[in-house]
Design a protein around this ligand. Structure first.
Ligand code: NAP
Length: 314
């Protein structure tokens, strides 16, 4: 029987959706003894205490990091460097510092220079989330059957990487190790570009005349509604992602624009074969995502419909 406790003291910097979900999951799985977290305002500290997912709540990042065996930085990408600087002097020798940022190259650039030599740095990205934010939004099951990507810089201590791997597996995730550059390219197409497209299409609709806009909202179930879920994601988080994964996003955006031109031409020329071939390929991609368990096979994402009363039930 493997030892369940992976870290005696876990520090979570930033008790939002991801930070509070890690705390909830780590506690539910019994992988840590003590959880300490930061919350910057009195109001949030009170709420974190009420929600009860941490043993200790403090107002300063360095205070949380003190004596921790593992510190996971769960703040927006643009704040990670500053947080690393704040906690550097408080880290104990042999501790592991990690993060959850959706971009990895920029995080390593901003955090690594502050991490002391006797502390291990194992950046991570749990590929799991929702469009909600803050401590109330978290839940323990968020990482179940989802991927967590570790991007340790060259020469990172192998035992520290293994420990972070065991931690995320204990939380229910599958773990993959890759380099930061590759991570940023893959996520640019699977996550960042879809968000940009959603923000853009919802923005375009919002700029329509008020009468048309009312109809867009009224008839939104025609496909628009699914974009609005993604476009409701946290503005700070997504601003930071685009600013910090610029090259990979621009590369994917270039390809996207080329492909869009082909579709534009096919529509203009009445070239049904081009449209049909693409739509057949994309349908197969959705089926394979369902097959590997990363999406529900339920009709309309399992939303409740009067004609399919069972569809929306969990
Ligand atoms: P969130 O719900 O907005 O939580 C972020 C938390 O960080 C807030 O509690 C905020 O506190 C705190 N914070 C911000 N700056 C801080 C600082 N300098 N010191 C201490 N705390 C600070 O955001 P989230 O969705 O959990 O995202 C956090 C990270 O996870 C981001 O890097 C994001 O890229 C990554 N991520 C997100 C998702 C997702 O779907 N949401 C998925 C995977 C990874 P205040 O309330 O005081 O501002």
């Amino acid at each position: 029987m493997p030892e369940k406790i992976i870290f005696n003291r876990l520090a979570i910097i930033g008790a939002g959706l991801i930070g509070s979900s890690i705390a909830r999951a780590a506690r539910a799985k019994g992988t840590v003894k003590t959880i300490v977290t930061t919350a910057r305002t009195e109001k949030t500290r009170r709420r974190v205490v009420e929600l009860g997912f941490a043993d200790v709540v403090v107002d300063a990042n360095a205070l949380a990091a003190m004596d921790a065996d593992c510190v996971i930085v769960c703040v927006p990408v643009g704040d990670c460097g500053e947080v690393a600087k704040e906690i550097a002097g408080a880290l104990k020798p042999g501790a592991i510092v990690s993060d959850v940022g959706s971009v990895k190259g920029a995080i390593i650039r901003d955090m690594a220079p502050h991490i002391p030599k006797n502390v291990h740095f194992v950046p991570a990205h749990p590929v799991a989330g929702t469009e909600h934010s803050g401590p109330d939004a978290g839940f323990a099951e968020l990482f179940e059957n989802r991927w967590c990507i570790l991007t340790p810089p060259d020469h990172t201590d192998a035992a520290a990487v293994k420990k972070m791997q065991a931690f995320w597996q204990a939380l229910g995730s599958h773990v993959e190790v890759m380099n930061a550059e590759h991570h940023d390219l893959v996520l640019a197409i699977t996550s960042h570009l879809p968000h940009l497209i959603a923000y853009n299409i919802v923005g375009t609709a919002a700029d329509l005349e008020s009468r048309t806009l009312l109809e867009v909202i009224k008839f939104s179930a025609g496909g628009f509604r699914d974009f609005t879920r993604i476009a409701a994601s946290d503005p700070t988080m997504w601003r930071d992602i685009f600013l910090n994964n610029k090259d990979a996003v621009l590369e994917m955006l270039g390809r996207f624009n080329d492909d869009l031109s082909i579709l534009t031409r096919a529509i203009r020329d009445g070239d049904g074969d081009t449209l049909f071939d693409l739509f057949t390929r994309t349908r197969a991609i959705r089926r394979s995502i369902i097959e590997v368990g990363q999406e529900t096979p339920e009709t309309d994402f399992g939303r409740w419909h009067a004609e399919h009363p069972e569809a929306g039930k969990k």
